[in-house]
Ligand binder design. Structure first.
Ligand code: FRU
Length: 613
């Protein structure tokens, strides 16, 4: 190379280097350095509580390695924005203050050039900030149902009642509104209605993500973590699914993972440990879903750490068209006979009564080791369903609920479309809490009743309608729904259809979107039609007409209907049936119309309550 060319080349290289160096963008407290088409470094140098990370739901997940002083602290999977920012998610960086915080980001989308990769929307939108915006401005965020402050939520987990506080943990992705980075988020409530967001208490570790599980209070210090500690048992999920413990000695605010985890391993995919102290057998008892085998395994232990397999239940029994998940086992009184029976909840997905996920249950006897389900008159074990709507899953109960109550809560969605529902900064709510009891029906069978927890009565403000008793026939009678707070309300009524055959209750809004509920007395059924309820086309599995048996004998039924922006729960007053369904009306429903076919129906105790929240 002659000198001139060489000099020119050196000059050019410097120029090139200068350009490359200048492409490191510094803004909003971060410096972005592109290393190639799929690799970028984000140096965090600004001061603030949060690094706000820009997300686009339709983007592919990027691997975000968080390095503190060069050491890998954690790895997150985040849908970093490519063409537009849907919302940001906060990474709390307060504990890294004064240390070097670097994100080593590996993206997956195919990019021809670094220049193209640089164009992705996320890079300009990473921001260090002292605040994170969780203003509730999404119209489909329910008012009086529990929702995560932001991010994806599925199953309720680790529920325990202690010292006047209802603890509700849940499967949570704090880094996006789709399923990923499963952690246990936590909320607390003193009245089962108002919930306070407490953040993550268990986050993915070397054994994997934190899948579902339960918590119990170890009053005798049998595990050695301290008397009255809250002990959580959950599934560590990575290449395999194994069971781990964590404990809290500060009333559930923080959890420490047990250093000798896992405490239980099997050679198959087993998950969602549900652990309780059995006062009859004086043993810790654990029900674990042997998911792919579609059975529940029952173990016992003196100390929560060493578990002995006692039995299994479920092979070939009940609904079998999906994996078995999220079990629960408890004893209940039968309201109308005074007997006691054991109930085993076996959530199943898919293969639920309305397609997709649902909660089936079995009633029988449990001797401390083996669960034996009751049979019907033909000697078969019947499949029973806890809720006949489409959006009720992963329901389990609180440990140590006061006054011997058996209070449960479910995830108000369905795996068929949970990730597609039209919300953004948060995704999914819980059902209303319900108190369980058993009743014996005229067919000789026992059934589970799920009534709204008594606390829900405290939501009632005043009833906005004048007439509470009337008859209804072919001519439609229309009533206004509250306008306050997007029409959130509870509607109650007693229907007497001894002189009619069907009563139709229709909720309608300005756009003529509607939900049609029909009580068919002859067939003792209630149907819920949401095919024209509003936005329905985001999934082919969403538009549906769901039907439940009413377990009513004489053409009479008493209803409590709860409406909360994007959900409707229809309960028989005592909980003999319930249907939980999501709806996404373009604007709130404003009227309820009643009509009867085949004669006059009597309506009494009719009230439309606006709710205080
Ligand atoms: C049920 C479930 C559980 C699992 C969790 C993972 O919805 O699949 O079996 O632990 O969700 O998020």
């Amino acid at each position: 190379m002659n000198k001139l060319i060489k000099d020119a080349f050196t000059l050019l290289s410097f120029a090139f280097l200068a350009t490359a160096a200048s492409t490191a963008q510094e803004q909003n407290g971060v410096t972005v350095k592109h290393l190639g088409v799929n690799n970028t470094l984000i140096e965090v140098n600004g001061q603030g509580k949060y690094l706000c990370i820009p997300v686009q739901e339709s983007a592919e997940e990027a691997t975000v390695n968080v390095l503190i002083d060069g050491k890998l602290e954690r790895t997150l999977n985040i849908r970093l924005a490519t063409s537009k920012v849907d919302y940001t998610v906060p990474l709390d960086i307060t504990e890294y203050n004064g240390k070097n915080l670097l994100l080593n980001v590996i993206t997956k989308q195919s990019r021809a050039t670094v220049r193209e990769a640089k164009g992705d929307a996320c890079w300009k939108n990473f921001t260090v900030s002292d605040t994170f915006d969780v203003t509730n401005r999404e119209k489909y965020r329910p008012a009086y149902h529990h929702t995560p402050l932001y991010g994806w939520m599925n199953d309720p987990n680790g529920m325990v009642y202690k010292d006047g506080v209802w603890h509700l943990c849940y499967q949570w992705n704090p880094f996006g509104s789709k399923w990923q980075n499963l952690s246990w988020g936590r909320s607390t409530s003193r009245d089962l209605i108002h919930w306070e967001h407490q953040g993550a208490v268990l986050e993915p570790d070397g054994l994997g993500m934190i899948f579902s599980g339960s918590s119990a209070i170890d009053s005798t210090n049998s595990a050695g973590f301290g008397a009255n500690s809250i002990v959580a048992m959950y599934t560590s999920a990575a290449a395999s699914q194994i069971q781990s413990l964590a404990y809290s000695t500060d009333g559930g605010n923080t959890f420490t993972t047990y250093p000798a985890n896992p405490v239980l391993t099997l050679e198959s995919e087993a998950r969602d440990p549900n652990m309780f102290w059995n006062n009859e057998s004086k043993q810790w008892t654990l029900v674990l879903a042997n998911a792919l085998e579609k059975e529940m395994l029952i173990f016992t232990s003196p100390n929560m750490k060493q578990w002995t397999l006692q039995s299994s239940f479920g092979k070939g029994i009940g609904a079998q068209d999906g994996v078995w998940e999220c079990p629960d086992l408890f004893q209940l009184n039968v309201s109308n006979t005074g007997e006691k029976k054991w109930v085993l909840l076996c959530n199943i997905n898919p293969g639920g009564i309305q397609g997709g996920s649902a909660t089936q249950y079995f009633i029988g006897e449990f001797d401390g080791k083996t669960f034996k389900a009751d049979t019907d008159a033909n000697g078969n074990i019947p499949t029973k369903w806890m809720d006949y709507g489409k959006d009720h899953y992963a329901t389990v109960s609180w440990s140590d609920a006061p006054d011997k109550r058996r209070t449960v809560i479910g995830w108000m969605s369905n795996w068929q479309y949970a990730a597609e529902i039209p919300t953004m900064q948060f995704r999914s709510a819980n059902t209303l809490p319900r108190d369980l009891s058993l009743f014996r029906y005229s067919d000789g069978q026992y059934y589970l009743a799920s009534a709204p927890s008594p606390e829900m009565l405290n939501l009632r403000d005043h009833s906005i309608n004048k007439s509470t008793r009337f008859s209804v026939g072919k001519k439609v009678k229309t009533f206004s729904l509250p306008t306050k707070n997007d029409g959130i309300c509870e509607i109650v009524m007693d229907l007497d259809t001894r002189r009619s055959s069907k009563v139709t209750m229709t909720l309608t809004n300005k756009q003529q979107e509607k939900v049609i509920m029909t009580y068919d007395a002859q067939n003792a059924q209630l149907s819920f039609d949401r095919t024209q309820s509003g936005l329905v086309n985001f999934s082919q599995d969403f538009p549906s007409v769901t039907v439940n048996p009413t377990y009513s004998e004489n053409g009479k039924v008493s209803l409590r209907i709860f409406i909360d922006r994007s959900s409707i729960e229809v309960f028989e007053k005592e909980g003999r049936f319930v249907q939980t369904n999501l709806v996404f009306p373009t604007s709130p429903y404003t009227t309820l119309s009643l009509q009867s076919n085949g004669g006059m129906a009597r309506v009494s105790n009719f009230k439309v309550y606006s709710l205080k929240y």
